[in-house]
Design a binder for this molecule. Sequence first.
Ligand code: MIC
Ligand code: SF4
Length: 640
Amino acid sequence: MGQNLFKKIIAAHLMSGTMTVGSEVGIRVDQTLTQDALGTMAYLQFEAMDVPVVKTKSVSYIDHNTLQDGFENADDHRYLQTVADKHGIKYSKAGNGICHQVHLERFSRPGDTLIGSDSHTPTCGAVGMSAMGVGGMDVAVAMAGGPFYFVYPQVVRVNLEGKLQPWCAAKDIILELLKILTTKGNVGTVIEYGGSGLAHLTVPERATITNMGAELGVTTSLFPSDEMTRQFFKAQAREQDWQELKPDEDADYDRVINLDLASIEPNIACPHSPDNVKMVREVAGLEVQQVMVGSCTNSSYRDLMMVAAMLKGKQVHPKVSLGIAPGSKQVLAMIAENGALKDLVAAGARILESTCGFCVGCGQAPQTKGVSLRTNNRNFEGRSGTKDGQVYLVSPETAVAAALSGKVTDPRELDMEYPTIILPEVYEIDDSMILLPSEDQSVEVFRGPNIGEPPKNTPMPEKLTAKVAIKVGDKITTDHIMPAGAYLKYRSNVPKYSSYVFYHIDPEFAPKCATNKAEGLASVIVAGLSYGQGSSREHAALCPMYLGVRVLLAKSVERIHGANLTNFGILQLTFADDTDYERIQAGDELAVDNMYQAIKQDIVLVRNVTQGYTFETKCNLTPRQRDIVLCGGLLNYTAK
Ligand code: MIC
Ligand code: SF4
């Protein structure tokens, strides 16, 4: 049996373990990326490792916290710039673009391994890389030369056959897949795309698809590196970075899904989950107040040229506010040069910074109960900044159709010829906003008052007594656990940020944990299926740890968040029997006697002291992860 592409790349980077589904492997990391919202913690952890210069090709991006409504973000940016300068890391200044868009344009490389402290890092899988989203701590370890560990996944092949119909876009393909696979239950899976349809899918379109693999919850997604990929590298003046990469003809896959591209219609993900997908025509007619184009999913040159072509000579509907954030300086410079920017401005669009912005709730919150059509990847409740905002995810084509008509409109119904977008033979190359690090390490690192030391956990006690501080349901995202938006600026200040854990679900969560702590008890979070979906923000583990959370008891846990919990010494256990989830209540006191013995087993017995019964939980951690949890997290484990 031949090898699939993912296996080929991992085999070429394998440092430990065997590539069998479910067992842990350690790989060599070629490249890392960070962004400013998670970067400070990653670099503080890196500094603590005392390694003068990074061992990886690393880039630090400023793209998330660019709303400088106080000194905090500006301080963080200066810290990030100086720490990058000192330790051999490239620094992409605010305004240069969104990390995934810029990394794809300027640093991606077929066959390389990339980890990034952002869940949409798999975007670069569009050019045949193994790119994974991880927590900042894992990035720090990789930069110091350590391996990156993950559980070897099953590989699913998705065959894209045929050709998309006019007005149907790459976004509609990934929304179709979200309809099939949903956001739940895809942990431990990699998606490899293939099929005759690839001949018509450009790299930016492929990137829309790999980007939203994060919403499926898969480990990564990747396309082969083919002639289309070569053209992209040539146009980026980086043909030397290109190589052909494909799976063997008789490659082995755990599952095969076939999608006929010609049958895909414009899709729309309805509030409040990316897998709540309907066809646009089923929602048509709904009045729209806001349309936002941008984010790392759909802000490429191709996307903005489509938007400009559709808007040319027309006016945005009087009741709609249209915002457009180009994905990178390259995209913005090119549409400025060729006149498309003028068409956008003339049509009444609001041109925003080349940053994450509205996507992470930094600005552009919709009106009360406002319907907002957006081209980004997440529509979790409240993420837009308006608790009752109704966010729908769509392609740029469907977004513009709504901006023009004021209603959800199937773009095929527009009285308009379908624009043909020709990708440039040469992109405009100007890397002047990517600063190269100093040759020597004499740089003084700037630390403003917003930057605190990352707190450490203590080793797991032998006898754990704890209280359930909160009980939540299914699909709790890291946005629920650690809100972003206006609170983002406290990312480097863990004591402050910790007071907002679960803030929108139970503002008493942090005070309850403090009471438990005062009574000498640890705290426990109880959750349903797919706990920790979405962002890779390690604060969703770090801040609960800071508050005294020692255990997560859930029906299931998502990959990146699960890894972050382990890195910060929080034990994750899953219910052996789901009826025990029903039975347990917030406020119950729990105990695990002989923790050091118990954690070696696959079944861990937990006593419910309050209700007087004992129940079984499963521990799915690898032996290395169990040791890390007992040590109280990765920093303690590494020091040991
Ligand atoms: C997101 O899209 O949720 C973010 C903001 O980019 C996060 C990272 C973060 O929380 O800083 C992600 O996707 O990992
Ligand atoms: Fe930024 Fe949004 Fe992409 Fe996250 S999903 S990296 S917030 S653009």
